[in-house]
Design a protein around this ligand. Structure first.
Ligand SMILES: Nc1nc2c(ncn2[C@@H]2O[C@H](COP(=O)(O)OP(=O)(O)OP(=O)(O)O)[C@@H](O)[C@H]2O)c(=O)[nH]1
Ligand SMILES: [Mg+2]
Length: 595
C-alpha cells in the first residue's frame, strides 16, 4: 500500500512528537518501580495508565455523502475507510492509534473478531452489510497515523438524513460519546433543514466544534466564497454565535497528493484544520490531564520523602521515646478520623442537596418540554386534513414528534449535565480541600512527633460526575407506540375520528415526556451517587494508607535501631540515597509539568 509507505516520510515530525509524549509515562513507571510502598506504586501505575490511555473522542458528523469518511482518510494520511457515491458508512467506526493496522469487529452478542483491512467494507458499509444483517455493534480500526497519537479516537459516523433511517439512529446513539466534533458540509447542496436541526443538537453536546467545508475543489474560487458566505450566515444563526470556525478543504486533493508521494500543497485550508485540531488536543485536553497527573505524582514523591525523613529521625531515637511518640500519633489519628467523618457527613449533605436540585430541574424540564412539544403538536395538528388522509397525517405527526422528542431531550440532557457538573465540581473542590486539610495535619503531626520537616503537597482529585456514556432515551417509537388503526374506523364521523387521533397522540406525547424526564432524572441521580461514593472511598483509602505508611516507617526504624552500628549506618546511607533519587524525580516531574 503506497499510501502507508508515504505517510512515514510526510509526517515524520509529528511522529517525533507522538513519541515524546510518552516520556511522562516512562517517568511514572520508573518512579513506581523505585518505591517500596505498594499503595503509592499502585497509584503511580494507575496514573501512568491514565496518561497512556488518555482518550479523546472526535466525532466526524454530517449529512450522508458530504465526504466524512474521505476527510478522515485525509486527516489520517491513509486510505482506511471505504468511501463512495451512494450512502456508504452504516456502522459507527472508531479509529485509534496502533503500531500496525488492525481491525476489530464487535458484534451485538458480545463476541468480537479481527478482520483484514480489505474486509472492512463487508462490515461497515450498507452494501457489504445491508440493514446490518451481520449484527455488528461497533468496529475499531487501529492505525499508525500520527493524527491518532495523543489519545485521540476519531469516530466515523453514518451520514444522517438519508433514506436509511437506521444510519441516522446509529449516529445519534454514538453522539453522547463525543468530546469534540467535526461537522462536515460541502457545496452540494448548501446546508439543509435536517442538517440545521442536527447541528443544533451536536453543538449542545460537544465542548468544541469544527465546521469543515469539504469538496472545495468542485466549484470555482468565487462560487466557493459565495457558498461559504451563505452557509456562514445560516451557521451563525444556528449556533447563535458570530465566531464560527469554518475550514475550506479538499480531502480528495490531500489523498491524491499522498498517493503521488507528494506533500499536499494546495488543499485549501486543510493543513490549518489539521494543525488547529491537534493544537486543541495538545493544549486544551492534554495539558489539563498532564497537570493533574504530575501534581498527583509529585504529591507521592513529597510524601515518600517525608516518610524517609521520619524513618531516619526515628532510627536515632531511643525505644521508649519512639513508642511514646507513636502512641501520640495514634491519638491524633483518632481525632483526625473524626474530622474525616465530619467531612464525609458534609459531603453526604451536599450530595443530598444536589439530588434535590436534580429533582427540581427535572420538574422544570418536564414543564419546559411539555410547553415546547405541545406547541409543536398544535401546529402540526392544526391543518384540516381530509378524511382519506387522516391516518397518514397522524402518522406524519407521530414521526415528527418522535424526532422532536429525541432532539429536545438530548438538548436538556446536555444542559443539565453542564449545570449539575458545575455544582458537583464545587462540592468536590470543597470536600477535597477539607480532606486535604485532614491529611496535611496528619503528615504534619507525624513530622512534628518525629522531628522531621514535612512539606506541603497538593492533593488533586479531578473526578467528574460519571454518567453512563449512553443515555437510554426512550425510543420515541416505543414511547409513542404506533398510530392506532381500527377495523371499524371507517364507520366513525370524520370530526370524531380526527378528535380521537388528536387525543390519542396527545396522550402518547404526554406519556413519552413523563417517561423520558423520569429516565433523565434517574440517570443523573445514579451517576451522582456513584461518583460521590467513589470520591469518598478514594479519599478514605488515602487517609488509611497514610496512617499505615507512617506506622511502617516507624516500625522499620525500630528494627534498624536495634541493629549493630555498621548495619544501621548502611541502612541510613541507603535512605539518604533514596532521598536524593526522589529529589531528582521531583525535578523531572517539575519539568514535565511545564511541557
Ligand atoms: N471532488 C471531491 N470529492 C470528494 C471529496 N471528498 C469526498 N468526495 C467524494 O464524495 C463522495 C462521498 O464521500 P464519502 O467520504 O464516502 O462521504 P460520507 O460523508 O462518508 O458518506 P456516508 O458514509 O454515506 O454518509 C465520494 O465519491 C468521494 O470520493 C473532495 O474533497 N473532493
Ligand atoms: Mg462515510
Amino acid at each position: 500500500m503506497t499510501i502507508l509507505n508515504n505517510i512515514g516520510k510526510i509526517m515524520a515530525s509529528d511522529c517525533d512528537r507522538a513519541v515524546q509524549s510518552d516520556h511522562l509515562y516512562d517517568v511514572l513507571i520508573r518512579l513506581a518501580q523505585s518505591l517500596d510502598n505498594d499503595a503509592d506504586q499502585k497509584l503511580l501505575r494507575h496514573l501512568a495508565q491514565r496518561w497512556q490511555e488518555k482518550t479523546f473522542n472526535l466525532m466526524v458528523l454530517g449529512q450522508f455523502k458530504r465526504g466524512k469518511s474521505t476527510l478522515i482518510n485525509a486527516l489520517l494520511g491513509m486510505s482506511i475507510l471505504p468511501t463512495g457515491v451512494v450512502p456508504v458508512t452504516a456502522i459507527p467506526t472508531s479509529l485509534r492509534y496502533g503500531d500496525t493496522i488492525r481491525c476489530v469487529v464487535e458484534f451485538r452478542n458480545g463476541e468480537s473478531c479481527d478482520i483484514p483491512l480489505e474486509e472492512l467494507p463487508h462490515y461497515v458499509t450498507e452494501e457489504g452489510n445491508p440493514k446490518n444483517e451481520k449484527a455488528v455493534a461497533h468496529v475499531t480500526v487501529f492505525a499508525p497515523s500520527p493524527f491518532l497519537s495523543h489519545g485521540v479516537q476519531v469516530f466515523d459516523t453514518p451520514g444522517i438524513g438519508s433514506t436509511l433511517l437506521t444510519n441516522t439512529d446509529a449516529t445519534k446513539k454514538a453522539l453522547p460519546q463525543g468530546d469534540a466534533g467535526i461537522f462536515v458540509l460541502s457545496p452540494d447542496p448548501p446546508l439543509t433543514e435536517t442538517e440545521a436541526t442536527f447541528l443544533r443538537e451536536v453543538s449542545s453536546r460537544v465542548t468544541r466544534l469544527f465546521i469543515v467545508f469539504t469538496k472545495a475543489d468542485i466549484v470555482g474560487r468565487s462560487e466557493l466564497e459565495e457558498l461559504i458566505q451563505f452557509n456562514l450566515q445560516l451557521l451563525r444563526e444556528i449556533l447563535e454565535t458570530d465566531d464560527v470556525p469554518l475550514f475550506r478543504v479538499s480531502a480528495r486533493m490531500v489523498l491524491e497528493a499522498i498517493e503521488r508521494s507528494q506533500t499536499p500543497r494546495d488543499a485549501y485550508e486543510f493543513a490549518k484544520l489539521r494543525e488547529t485540531i491537534q493544537e486543541f488536543l495538545r493544549n486544551e485536553k492534554e495539558a489539563v490531564l498532564r497537570k493533574a497527573i504530575v501534581a498527583r505524582a509529585r504529591g507521592v514523591v513529597t510524601r515518600e520523602r517525608d516518610l524517609i525523613q521520619i524513618e531516619i529521625r526515628s532510627i536515632t531515637m531511643d525505644e521508649v521515646e519512639r513508642a511514646e511518640r507513636l502512641e501520640r500519633f495514634h491519638a491524633e489519628v483518632q481525632r483526625l478520623a473524626r474530622e474525616q467523618q465530619a467531612a464525609n457527613d458534609i459531603l453526604r449533605g451536599d450530595g443530598a442537596r444536589l439530588i434535590t436540585e436534580i429533582n427540581r430541574c427535572a420538574e422544570s424540564i418536564r414543564e419546559r418540554v411539555t410547553r415546547e412539544l405541545e406547541h409543536d403538536f398544535r401546529e402540526l395538528s392544526a391543518s384540516d386534513i381530509p378524511r382519506s388522509k387522516l391516518l397518514k397525517g397522524a402518522s406524519t405527526i407521530f414521526s415528527r414528534l418522535s424526532e422532536r422528542i429525541a432532539i429536545v431531550f438530548s438538548r436538556e440532557r446536555a444542559r443539565l449535565e453542564r449545570q449539575i457538573g458545575e455544582q458537583f465540581a464545587r462540592i468536590r473542590e470543597d470536600h477535597v480541600e477539607r480532606i486535604h486539610g485532614v491529611l496535611s495535619r496528619l503528615m504534619e503531626t507525624a513530622g512534628n512527633l518525629f522531628d522531621a520537616p514535612t512539606s506541603a503537597w497538593d492533593l488533586k482529585v479531578e473526578c467528574t460526575v460519571e454518567l453512563e456514556d449512553y443515555w437510554p432515551l426512550l425510543q420515541p417509537s416505543s414511547a409513542l407506540g404506533t398510530v392506532p388503526v381500527e377495523i371499524f374506523a371507517f364507520l366513525l364521523p370524520t370530526q370524531w375520528l380526527r378528535r380521537r387521533h388528536v387525543r390519542r397522540l396527545s396522550q402518547a406525547l404526554e406519556e413519552a415526556i413523563v417517561a423520558n424526564t423520569e429516565r433523565l432524572r434517574y440517570h443523573f441521580i445514579q451517576g451522582l451517587e456513584r461518583t460521590l461514593r467513589a470520591l469518598r472511598d478514594e479519599l478514605e483509602v488515602e487517609f488509611s494508607d497514610l496512617v499505615r505508611v507512617v506506622e511502617e516507617a516507624v516500625q522499620r526504624a525500630a528494627v534498624t535501631s536495634r541493629q549493630e552500628a555498621t548495619l544501621r549506618q548502611a541502612t541510613l546511607s541507603e535512605l539518604q540515597t533514596r532521598l536524593q533519587m526522589l529529589e531528582e524525580f521531583d525535578e523531572v516531574l517539575l519539568k514535565e509539568e511545564s511541557q
